[in-house]
Design a protein. Structure first.
Length: 353
């Protein structure tokens, strides 16, 4: 059963009331003091051995808040990638018998913290989250952990380990290198190009750009004439590309940190009357799939959002039932190159074989 998004405001109010009257915490019991065996009689007393420090106990598994609710927190569903994450996670959670609450933090760390408070107040069994910042999210995940609620992160990592149970992300480095190789091939290893970067607070933006350049910078005849941030936005990408084209009307390529920026770039290039411009993105959206088929975008790297989201819910279910996922915390899922050869098989961030 899916809980309406409209209830999240009521849940937040309940959370704040609950926080006034009760605090969350964990209680640990001290292990009994080690005993020593009686020493055998001896003619001469021997000096006592130095006590060995006790081995650190493994942290106890989190039990969840006590309900059968899984809270799914993502960026805005206006972006089809994040909507797919939310829908895929909710679909899997409901199939496994959980109730779900699907909400969006809109890339606002303060709002995200409030939504974690909502999950805690509702005694959520687990939280699935595509986070609002690698640093800003750490405290929110710790807060849930202190309340006994495990968090399973998707798409974006945080800058701390041992806090979330799983961090399942697309292999952005591998995927960006895949499309960069396709870009170089399409450009014929020469020409002028521009780059549009994602949001600076998102670690994926830096990882993708670094991987692009590890490939492209090997070719001295490929010249980057502009590099600007468009913050993952299609509208911003359109505006930035318009400006870039005024100074560089002879560019023959654009590398974009995600598909929405690739869409904005393609629209600006089309409006300027330019043709045969190589454009690459990263995500694997249906919109870019259609532009690839139409010949307006060269390629994208499919981040398997549908698969990753369902993996997170499956791992949450296993963890709650068995106390462990049986897997490492950080998990990489390889991207798939999408170009004209396989674009027909792509649908809703899932490649159908």
């Amino acid at each position: 059963m899916r809980i309406s998004k409209k209830l999240s405001t009521m849940f937040l109010a309940a959370a704040m009331t609950a926080m006034v009257f009760a605090g969350c915490g964990t209680k640990t019991e001290q292990a009994p003091a080690a005993t020593t065996e009686a020493a055998a009689p001896a003619e001469e007393a021997k000096p006592a051995e130095e006590a060995k420090p006790a081995e650190e106990a493994a942290p106890a598994a989190l039990k969840g808040g006590g309900s059968d609710l899984i809270v799914i927190i993502t960026p805005s569903h206006d972006n089809p990638f994040f909507k797919t994450e939310a829908d895929a996670a909710a679909e899997k959670a409901e199939a496994l018998g959980y109730k779900v609450l699907v909400v969006s933090h809109d890339d606002d760390a303060t709002k995200q913290s409030e939504l974690f408070d909502t999950a805690i107040a509702q005694k959520a069994a687990a939280i699935i989250c595509d986070n609002a910042g690698a640093d800003a999210t750490v405290e929110a995940v710790k807060k849930a952990r202190d309340a006994g609620i495990p968090t399973f992160l998707i798409d974006r990592e945080i800058n701390e380990t041992g806090v979330a149970i799983s961090q399942i992300v697309a292999n952005n480095y591998q995927g960006a290198k895949l499309v960069a190789e396709k870009f170089v091939e399409t450009m014929g290893e020469k020409g002028k190009y521009a780059e549009l970067l994602g949001k600076e607070s998102d670690t994926n933006a830096g990882v993708r750009s670094k991987a692009f350049h590890e490939v492209i910078d090997q070719y001295p005849d490929l010249k980057m004439v502009a590099q600007q941030t468009a913050n993952w936005s299609q509208t911003e990408a359109y505006e930035k590309m318009e400006t870039i084209l005024q100074s560089n009307p002879d560019i023959t390529g654009v590398i974009c940190g995600n598909d929405t920026m690739a869409m904005g770039s393609a629209a600006a290039i089309k409006a300027a009357g330019l043709k045969n411009v190589a454009i690459i993105g990263v995500d694997g959206s249906n919109d870019v799939r259609d532009e690839i088929k139409a010949g307006n975008i060269t390629a994208t790297a499919l981040q398997q959002a549908y698969l990753i989201s369902q993996m997170a819910v499956e791992q949450a279910d296993k963890y709650l039932k068995e106390g462990s996922t049986g897997l490492e915390e950080k998990q990489l899922v390889d991207c798939v190159l999408i170009d004209k050869s396989n674009a027909d098989k792509l649908d809703v961030f899932k490649l159908n074989e």
